[in-house]
Design a protein around this ligand. Sequence first.
Ligand SMILES: Nc1ncnc2c1ncn2[C@@H]1O[C@H](COP(=O)(O)OP(=O)(O)OP(=O)(O)O)[C@@H](O)[C@H]1O
Length: 293
Amino acid sequence: MIHARNIQKEFDSFVALKGVDFDIDKNGIFGIIGHNGAGKTTLLKICAGLLTPTSGTLEIDGINVIADPNALKERLGYLPEESRLYDTMTISSYLSFFGEIYGMPRREIKLRSEELLSSLNLDDEGKKLGELSKGMRRKVAIARSLLHDPTILVYDEATSGLDPMSSRFITGYFRKLRDEGKMIIISAHNLFQVEEISDIVMILSEGEKVAFGTMDELREQFGSLTYYIHFRIREPESLGEHLLFSQDDGGFVSTAKDIDQLNRITSQIDAAGGNVERIESRYPTLEEMLMAV
Ligand SMILES: Nc1ncnc2c1ncn2[C@@H]1O[C@H](COP(=O)(O)OP(=O)(O)OP(=O)(O)O)[C@@H](O)[C@H]1O
């Protein structure tokens, strides 16, 4: 559960967050998206208790994060956008080091590390962290964030630098953690991924919340179904200048917002000697929503 009221953050005279409010009543995956500089990392750091907002209140799972950020620490797994690892350590010595910082008993550190390495598909071949690939290093950072079995996860661009297989694996892993009842707050530039796994999405733009809700609620907010009319035509210029269309997969595509417009366009294509191949209808994707804000 998260209750945020009027979260503002100023850096000197620059206002990075301009009074963000939201409520999430059930644990699950909360995706924050927005263009570069929208304020995603700033909001994530505030949620992780690592940055104090200039004003506002924030409660996560009953903890007053701003007044008592330390109370969150035990329950928090935080993954920054770029996590620094100690290059000369091996994976297991690195995880042991952090386990000890968390005050975990040695035996538990060992068991938990083995469990995480195996479920993240990470082989500890005794290599030094500095010798690992970027994707493997990201997985080590993810393992570290999960070592103490936190219930609240704050992940900034968790899958950046991962190949598609590893990236899919991590999103699958998030679903598993969600099913275990954890609260997972993520930001990602991969909008398809956010759309696929988030229970609630927020779109931030220049420090303001411009949309918030389930994907179904966002689809309603960002307009209705659009019809995509895919067609072929020998002489596209004969369609006249009033019909908007673009090239698509060897043919052309035009869009209609309702059935009347759809009928008009298909008749126009027909009259110009074209051939409608298929008509698709779909709601806007998260990417199209972000383009619209
Ligand atoms: N410590 C800081 N001092 C001054 N300005 C900052 C600081 N941290 C962030 N900002 C500014 O606040 C704004 C929001 O930054 P933030 O990193 O939260 O954006 P973001 O949405 O995560 O962007 P990106 O997608 O590029 O990572 C930016 O204009 C940034 O320059």
